[in-house]
Design a protein around this ligand. Sequence first.
Ligand code: SAM
Ligand code: DTB
Ligand code: SF4
Length: 341
Amino acid sequence: MMPQSAQQNTRSPAAQKAQHWTVAAVEALLATPFGDLIFRAQQVHRRHFAANEVQLSTLLSIKTGGCPEDCGYCPQAARYHTGVENEALMTVEEVVQAAHAAQEIGASRFCMGAAWRGPKQRDLEKVTRMVRAVKALGLETCATLGMLKDGQAEQLKEAGLDYYNHNLDADADFYGEIITTRGQGERLDTLEKVRAAGIHVCCGGIVGMGESRASRAGLIAQLANLDPYPESVPINNLVQVEGTPLYGTPKLDLFEFVRTVAAARITMPKAMVRLSAGREDMSSELQALCFLAGANSIFYGDKLLTTGNPEAERDRELFAKLGLKPMAIARKQDPGSRIPD
Ligand code: SAM
Ligand code: DTB
Ligand code: SF4
């Protein structure tokens, strides 16, 4: 059965705008019989997107390692001994070269990630040069640089940044068990700055960190209740890296991962839902289930930031088997309203 808050309602558009996904309603979605859940996710997906198109984003770590934060999943936190070295910020030329290579293999968006708590002004200026140069190639641009101070989002926007990735990562109650050096409220502040500067928001989270189903429902509800909800929603399955506190966490049941993707699709109908970290360990069949559940974006190219991702060739073979096509540069996305569908 459809949860109460997700049922079609007959209220005025203004009242609909205020509609809210309760944690209980998302939990009810997650508990739906698998076939019914996939069917519903497909219905929502096909209403808003070409059913067989998948958007391809390539990641590049422009500043690797040495991060002062304590995110319990992250191989780039200086305090954990993971073997990731602290490297300097890349040059603009190196970044453009990598972006060009990503474009050549078919990516439409290029995402630059930095292992910072947040960018210093001098570094931000260099990143704006990277954004300008990548944009000039004709790619969509995305950056994930940590927390932003007043005025920094505007500088990125002015340089041509299309998306800023900043994840909630975990639901508000579980968050404190994973990260203590940055509150979730600080993340919400950065997201507001990004929105106010007119940059599209890419915001999602990680599952498989030992959270409960209620906690996964809480994360999805929190994302869906952002007003407007994010244009891009990365759903990461924890990549367990030796040396991080979360290494050795019992693995999430993979049907539960698919259910989480479906819940993101149903609660955020117009968002690009990205099947993100963790794909390297997923079978073709599992990924196909994620696409059926409404995922319509992936990270493409053999590396995420510091860990592996499937080879581009393997993804092309999977796309050929499933009849999927890479999405061209996305049409201008409406910011998502909170209307369930
Ligand atoms: N330092 C910036 C920040 O934290 O906002 C940007 C880079 S950070 C690596 C971006 C995101 O990558 C994190 O918010 C987290 O969701 C994801 N991530 C990092 N390590 C991961 C892992 N081991 N498994 C899954 N996702 C991970
Ligand atoms: C996101 O949600 N996932 C990406 C991207 N945004 C920046 C990062 C995944 C990182 C996985 C671990 C690593 O490769 O270091
Ligand atoms: Fe630093 Fe980002 Fe890793 Fe957290 S997720 S430790 S902020 S690089």
